[in-house]
Design a protein around this ligand. Structure first.
Ligand code: HEC
Length: 189
């Protein structure tokens, strides 16, 4: 073999070897695999998160709040539900009741001690109101809504906050209204 060929073969071998070192066999066979998720993200600067995983989760738990956070949302749903039925917007009333129910359930996940009191409300008061909404019966709704309100307040008594007595507001908070209904004159004044 002429010397020139030997030198060329050696150079080619060295180039191939170098390429193999740069890209290990695993990477070469999966060129599109995403970068590892486990690399520490040292450039993240938390605004208020404490150090340590456990401390972080505790901080988030604290910020999520307890039952009163759910109750404020329940209070909003309760009022909108009332006004949706007043509009005869039964689909919206149904929607509000569904959201009210899931908010109450989420509250009992965060405060399991309240679950027993919530159960009778969820098993009785909610389905009874759903029934009159499904029947699209305005008069029956009025009556059943009074029962529903009493069930809210009964639970407040049972759970040590008897001073929280609810009743629907005399105006809605949401801008949603039944399109076929003009804005009420008494609200425009
Ligand atoms: C499981 C029992 C239970 C049921 C059912 C219940 N509540 Fe409550 N509610 C509570 C408790 C307990 C508090 C006080 C929470 C706290 O301070 O941690 C409360 C507080 C509230 C508050 C005050 C929240 C605040 O912090 O400003 C409102 C408003 C409220 N409830 C509305 C309602 C309405 C409306 C219903 C019915 C649709 C209802 N609740 C049903 C237990 C209940």
């Amino acid at each position: 073999m002429p010397l020139r060929h030997i030198v060329l073969s050696a150079v080619a071998f060295l180039l191939l070897f170098a390429a193999a070192c740069d890209s290990p066999a695993d990477d070469a066979s999966q060129p599109e695999s995403p970068p590892s998720q486990e690399e520490p993200q040292e450039d993240v600067e938390y605004r208020w998160m404490p150090d340590g995983d456990a401390e972080k989760f505790l901080a988030i738990e604290g910020q999520m709040g307890g039952f009163s956070k759910s109750m404020r949302r329940v209070g909003y749903r309760y009022n909108e539900l009332y006004w949706a039925a007043d509009d005869q917007n039964w689909d919206f009333a149904s929607y509000q009741l569904e959201k009210l129910e899931s908010e109450l359930r989420r509250g009992t996940v965060r405060r399991p001690g309240r679950e027993a009191s919530a159960r009778s409300f969820l098993d009785d008061a909610v389905p009874a109101l759903q029934e009159v909404i499904d029947a699209e019966d305005g008069e029956a709704f009025e009556e059943q809504f009074e029962e529903f309100t009493m069930a809210c307040n009964t639970c407040h008594g049972q759970e040590g906050v008897p001073f929280i007595q609810v009743q629907p507001l005399d105006h809605r908070l949401s801008p949603v209204r039944e399109l076929s209904q003009p804005a009420r004159e008494d609200e425009e004044e």
